[in-house]
Design a protein around this ligand. Structure first.
Ligand SMILES: [Zn+2]
Length: 135
């Protein structure tokens, strides 16, 4: 239920894993093992002893994002892959040939590639971040 929030946070440079298919105990274990803050709309889960969690009550994305950023502070990191949360690495324009649409290759000089899923990104016109194209 926080899929949109996870994607937004990745744009903003937060290391945001998103799993909606796991039982609570498994998510708690993963969060503990990887030193993650567990973000949940389950007040009971957030209140459990020994669980490092943040309860978000808001249903809308903007408020969720504001509440989370108020709780954890700015990311201070570069954007991550919005699809898989992988880190992005700079991709030389010469190597982007064939990996982005022709009009993008003609107009853009900066590219980045996800180190995990290999998706290619470039600066967007409508979003002050990055755009991607399924390769
Ligand atoms: Zn990726």
């Amino acid at each position: 239920m926080f899929g949109s929030l996870a994607r937004r946070l990745r744009w903003l440079g937060y290391d945001a894993e998103y799993r909606s298919d796991l039982p609570d105990e498994e998510m708690i274990a993963i969060a503990a093992r990887e030193g993650r803050l567990l973000v949940t709309r389950d007040r009971g889960l957030a209140a459990r002893r020994g669980v490092h969690a943040l309860f978000l009550a808001a249903a809308d994305l903007e408020t969720q994002c504001q509440e989370l950023m108020a709780a954890v502070g700015p990311s201070g990191a570069a954007a991550r892959c919005t699809v898989c949360n992988g880190e992005l690495a700079s991709l030389p324009a010469a190597e982007a040939a064939g990996l982005a649409p022709a009009y993008v290759l003609r107009t853009q000089t900066e590219f980045a590639r996800c180190t995990r899923c290999r998706r290619v990104y470039w600066p967007g016109t409508h979003w002050p971040g990055l755009q991607t194209w399924r390769t």
